[in-house]
Design a protein around this ligand. Sequence first.
Ligand code: ZN
Ligand code: ZN
Length: 412
Amino acid sequence: MSAAATVLSGLDDLRPAQEDLYKDLHAHPELSMQETRTRTLIADRLRALDYRVIEIGGGVVGILENGDGPVVLHRADFDALPVVEDTGLPYASTVTALDEASGETVGVMHACGHDFHVASLLGAAELIAAARDTWSGTFMALFQPGEETAAGAAAMVDAGLTGAIPRPDVALAQHVLNHDAGVVGVQPGPMLSAGDSIKITVFGKGSHGSMPHLSVDPVVLAATIVVRLQTIVAREIAPGDFGVVTVGALNAGAKSNVIPDHATMLLNLRTYDEDVRAAIIDGIERIVRAECDAARSPQPPTFEYYDRYPLTDNDADVTATVRRAFTAHFGADRVIDLGRVTASEDFSRVPDAFGTPYSMWGVGGFNPGEGVPNHNPRFAPLLQPTLDTSTEAVVVAAMAYLGHDRTDTSTP
Ligand code: ZN
Ligand code: ZN
């Protein structure tokens, strides 16, 4: 029997408690960087499993050293979203919380499947700890806060993560997605886009609505900018390169007969390439400044960058190793090419801080034709086979590096 199969022979006994843990996590979601209960639950569980536990930057790392061999890190994120759950599940969330960003009380829901990521990694950590004879090396289960605001991985790195835990030879992660349940999807190279948000403020000169000649009208200025920004992707980026520039909010003025003195725009960008990303940002700033000049704007525009997500660029060798292991375990019909996804993640900040190659894969959670996108109030992946599949995926990928029959020999 393979090392992965030996480790997973404990799954039948684990399953009832793991499903209860999942339902408990789902019923108790917490907003980004406010995840006190979830963090405590994870740290307690890891200590009970005899992992060495490091709490850092709002996250938790469980470390299990088991002799010579590679160091493998698997990451799960544990925050939820300000979404009112509408799944009808018996364990649906009724939680509300104060959203610090908006100052409002909001419903809270695990609408992105991070509860699956936590339950599967804790389950895998238990199985891996119970089968130490079948593998050697170091297994690290890293749980991060605040993925949905791009704050959590950076908080752990900024708090000194690289000095607090061993350097991983390989880093792994998974995400539950809108694909068929029981399926895992792999993708070498860029898998998730880099994401940036920008708040732009442009300035005019206020006046009575009947006296436009005495104004510098920021409404007309902002409208011109929104139209002109469309030319960046259409005219400046090569047709084969991917880029998205969306103006998600445009706000100015409050009354028909008052010309306001400023306008704000909220932009969202997605790219798969750092050069394209830099070119788009350069184009935005250049167009906004030039339009402000053209309008006789009395004050330079301001640019505030926030919610910045790095590119998720899967290492080709790691992805090939993971794919081979998945195919051997799940069978070729359950392993698909994921393709590129335009969503974004901050997972790569952790391996990038160590200079470690990484791969993230997708796990499907829905009956064919019944898929619901992440962040939707009705996002309810099937408990099974999703929980089993995601738990198996953690074990199988880790054992490709750590198992005594390991297929990857490129790491120590
Ligand atoms: Zn999400
Ligand atoms: Zn997510």
